[in-house]
Design a binder for this molecule. Structure first.
Ligand code: SAM
Length: 427
């Protein structure tokens, strides 16, 4: 395989600053910043890959792992038709709301003010400062069905959020405006919670956040969204569609035409990060998902899932689905297995899934398709797992030759960890 040297090649995609690659690059960007997904990449990276491929409006770009919709949103602004696929219903919602066309901005502003005024008037009947427990016990059915909600939010804040859920349910407006309001609400769930983004995954702070003015937080956030919409109102000449579905079944999810000319994406890395776990307050708040069983199913269907029920699937043991996967993993699995079958099963399931996904990519892509996969490597018990090379080997089996692999960023937390882009093209 043609292998890029680590950090000393063509400067385009190597030695990149963290902000040029990671979620940090979107924190100041309108609309892109509406939900912080830590393992998402920067719009700058998506744009640089688009420049590298010299995309035109005759291309059709797919991101099979949409996350917060970075790729379709960037392509929309460039006037390149694009679509993406996302398995997590909350993240699917985020991508959908961010990539819609909004023309009636004055109407949206009026609705936002009407909604905030209604919420404030509803809050007058909620004793969230003096006796939130009484209010919560009267509205048990309106408490989000997440496990231990009181761990996430202090009683005073939870009472205000329950009132907010009820206000959203009773507020009538056009569907796209209600979705924007929901997006606004979802955007403040973590700021008014006891959880913090101090690590890749959300963690709980040592002390509870005291009762805050949720209506004021929401108003600030929604006015910020409005100003983002105004700032970007003249941008976006192309349609972007976000499909809800599984990228191991792309041919069922995507329309038959147009065929995909370019894939720009970042699958989950084999690092045991759980997207379902990370988004559980959001998944439950507006019932994107019904119960813990459905979350377990989501995690099992997702690539790289490892939380809850997904672990019991792994505990039964997973074998490579064929010789291609077995051969690709041959050099690495032994050492991981010596230390633990669960981890070995995790790695095998991950690449079995990548195989199924690659097979589907071959079905939905044009004959001259070009692919860019952003992926991080992992270490299991000090055994490095070069996910970029293994992924490239699997894709080769489906006729995608590796053009180059650029290892673009060292990940600071542990030595030997990096992120790479695997560039491939159909032979
Ligand atoms: C690394 S993130 C992508 C982040 C994205 N590049 C962004 O900037 O937001 C991987 C995404 O793949 C999704 N995912 C995992 N398994 C999937 C599957 N089988 N089909 C579709 N999406 C999947 C996860 O829910 C997660 O949102």
């Amino acid at each position: 395989m043609k292998q890029g040297l680590l950090f000393d090649r063509d400067p385009t995609f190597t030695n990149r600053r963290t902000k040029a690659v990671t979620f940090q690059g979107k924190l100041n960007l309108p609309i892109h910043r509406w939900y912080r997904l830590t393992p998402s990449f920067s719009p700058e990276l998506a744009d640089d890959i688009a420049n590298h491929f010299k995309l035109t409006k005759d291309d059709f770009v797919l991101d099979p792992f949409s996350g917060v919709g970075t790729v379709p949103l960037c392509m929309k602004y460039r006037g390149i038709p694009a679509c993406s696929v996302e398995i997590n219903p909350y993240l699917h919602f985020v991508g959908t709301v961010k990539t819609r066309d909004y023309t009636d901005l004055d109407g949206i502003e009026t609705s936002f003010h009407r909604f905030i005024a209604l919420y404030r008037s509803e809050l007058l009947t909620v004793p969230f400062e003096v006796d939130p427990a009484a209010y919560l016990s009267q509205h048990l059915d309106d408490i989000p069905r997440i496990n231990y909600p009181e761990r996430w939010w202090s009683q005073g804040n939870l009472a205000q959020l329950v009132c907010l859920r009820r206000t959203v349910a009773s507020f009538s407006d056009r569907p796209h405006i209600k979705d924007l309001i929901k997006m606004g609400v979802l955007g403040i769930l973590i700021p008014v919670s006891n959880a913090r983004h101090n690590h890749v995954s959300l963690t709980f702070a040592k002390t509870q956040l005291p009762t805050v003015d949720v209506a004021a937080t929401l108003e600030r956030h929604m006015l910020g969204m409005l100003s983002d919409l105004r700032e970007m109102s003249n941008r976006g000449a192309a349609a972007a569609t976000i499909y809800k579905g599984n990228s191991k079944e792309l041919s069922k999810v995507l329309p038959k035409r147009p065929k995909v000319s370019v894939v720009i994406t970042s699958p989950p890395y084999p690092n045991r990060f759980s997207y379902a776990r990370e988004t559980r307050p959001h998944l439950f708040f507006f019932d994107f998902i019904q119960d813990a069983t459905a979350v377990g199913q989501l995690e099992t269907d997702a690539i790289g899932g490892t939380w809850g029920r997904a672990t019991s699937v792994l505990a039964k043991g997973v074998s490579p689905k064929n010789d291609i996967v077995a051969t690709a993993l041959n050099a690495y699995l032994g050492d991981i297995q010596t230390n633990g079958n669960l981890m070995a099963s995790y790695v095998v399931k991950y690449f079995n899934d990548i195989y199924d996904h690659a097979e589907q990519i071959a079905q939905v892509c044009r004959k001259d398709a070009r692919l860019a996969y952003v992926i991080g490597n992992s270490k299991f018990y000090e055994q490095p797992l070069p996910s970029d090379e293994i992924l490239a080997t699997i894709f080769q089996h489906f006729g995608f030759a590796t053009q180059r692999i650029d290892r673009m960023r060292k990940r600071q937390s542990k030595t030997g960890l990096y992120e790479a882009i695997v560039f491939m093209h159909r032979e």
